[in-house]
Design a protein around this ligand. Structure first.
Ligand code: GSH
Length: 208
């Protein structure tokens, strides 16, 4: 196993949580370097794309969450060996990344009225559409897991996005948007959350 150092915000969610949790639940040894938000500005320019997460593998650095998710997914046994099944995982992760980026753009808007308008525009079209499209991929996979009838990094990627939407943490995005437009994704969120190793990980962190 290579020497792994994973760097992401000190936060139990977000883009970076997929690979972090994959390594934890697979028992892969790694340094979990958690960055407090106040330290980020001083670190930004030292990362390849001025963003986190970042993974060091034997001292070599890679970035981009889905790239890291694939690499870690392979190490953790949470990524298919079959090429066709693998692209189905990639497709879901990239779709979740697309809509995450759209939501993320609204977080940078400082003016409250402009932020409200941008979020309402997402709620009026892109968000329900992505929810339904991603739910259709879950259905195509059998309804419980996206690919290979088992947990993969695609399920983790979707889980953190859906959990974020359902948390109510995003002003002007109704917390019931997932239940309303993609009930299977809401059930999938519960299914992932209650996987014994995932539940045990958050219980150990006092976040159950
Ligand atoms: N496409 C990149 C996006 C990375 C990204 O935007 N990361 C956020 C945290 S989730 C970040 O570093 N934000 C701080 C900033 O942009 O200054 C990826 O998937 O890793």
């Amino acid at each position: 196993m290579p020497m792994l150092v994973y760097t992401y915000f000190d936060f139990d969610g977000g883009r970076g949580e997929v690979a972090r949790v994959a390594m934890h639940i697979a028992g892969i040894p790694f340094e979990d370097r958690r960055i407090p938000p106040k330290e980020w500005p001083a670190r930004r320019d030292s990362t390849p794309f001025q963003a986190m997460p970042v993974l060091e593998v034997d001292g070599k650095v890679i970035a981009q969450s889905n790239t890291i998710n694939r690499y870690v997914g392979k190490l953790a046994g949470l990524y298919p060996k079959d090429d066709w099944e693998a692209v189905r995982v990639d497709e879901v992760m990239d779709a979740v990344e697309d809509i995450t980026t759209k939501i993320g753009q609204t977080m940078r808007i400082e003016d409250d009225a402009a932020k409200k308008a941008a979020r309402e525009a997402l709620v009026a079209g892109p968000l329900p559409r992505f929810l339904q499209q991603i739910e259709a991929r879950l259905q195509a996979g059998g309804g419980e897991w996206f690919v290979e009838n088992r947990l993969t990094v695609a399920d983790l990627k979707c889980f953190y996005w859906v959990r974020w939407l359902k948390s109510g943490a995003l002003d002007h995005i109704p917390a019931d948007i997932v239940d309303k437009h993609a009930p299977l994704l809401a059930k999938h969120c519960e299914r992932v959350k209650t996987q014994p190793k995932i539940a045990a990980y958050y219980a150990a962190r006092g976040k159950a």
